[in-house]
Design a protein around this ligand. Structure first.
Ligand SMILES: [Zn+2]
Length: 142
């Protein structure tokens, strides 16, 4: 009996560590990089469910369409990807293909950068020499 319990315990420890090691997109299942730059975090309002972590604008659209209760949307800050910005306040640089080089692997088009201020978005637009700036995730996903 002791052996079986120890064995089951071992399995659950392995399963938990595997989950902690890699978060995946709640929609498409693609692995999410730590501090991913194209990450959205969705929460229902009021918070009733576990937040969703999605990897791309296309996955965000699917998630919101599937469950419109996910109204609170946060997005990773391009310049400080360990931080999240309020989606309705963030400035998005869209329609830049050159930005992909700084986003990383395993990112689905359309690529974007989300910034805390318009000045930062303008700076990025200047750096890449292209792109359109819009404020608010609502406008960015249209
Ligand atoms: Zn995804």
């Amino acid at each position: 009996m002791y052996k079986i319990t120890a064995f089951l315990l071992g399995i659950s420890v392995i399963a938990c560590s595997a989950m902690a090691a890699g978060r995946v997109c709640s929609v498409c299942g693609m692995p999410l990089a730590e501090h991913a730059k194209n990450l959205f975090v969705l929460q229902t309002e009021p918070a009733a469910k576990e937040p969703l972590h999605v990897c791309a604008i296309s996955c965000l659209k699917k998630a919101v369409k599937h469950d419109p209760r996910y109204k609170k949307i946060e997005v990773a800050d391009f310049n400080h990807p360990e931080k999240l910005l309020a989606g309705d306040k963030a400035f998005f640089l869209l329609k830049s293909t050159k930005i992909k080089a700084d986003i990383g692997e395993n990112v689905m088009a359309p690529y974007f950068g989300a910034f805390a201020t318009e000045a930062e978005a303008l700076e990025a637009q200047k750096k890449y020499g292209e792109g359109v700036i819009l404020q608010g995730v609502e406008n960015a996903i249209k």
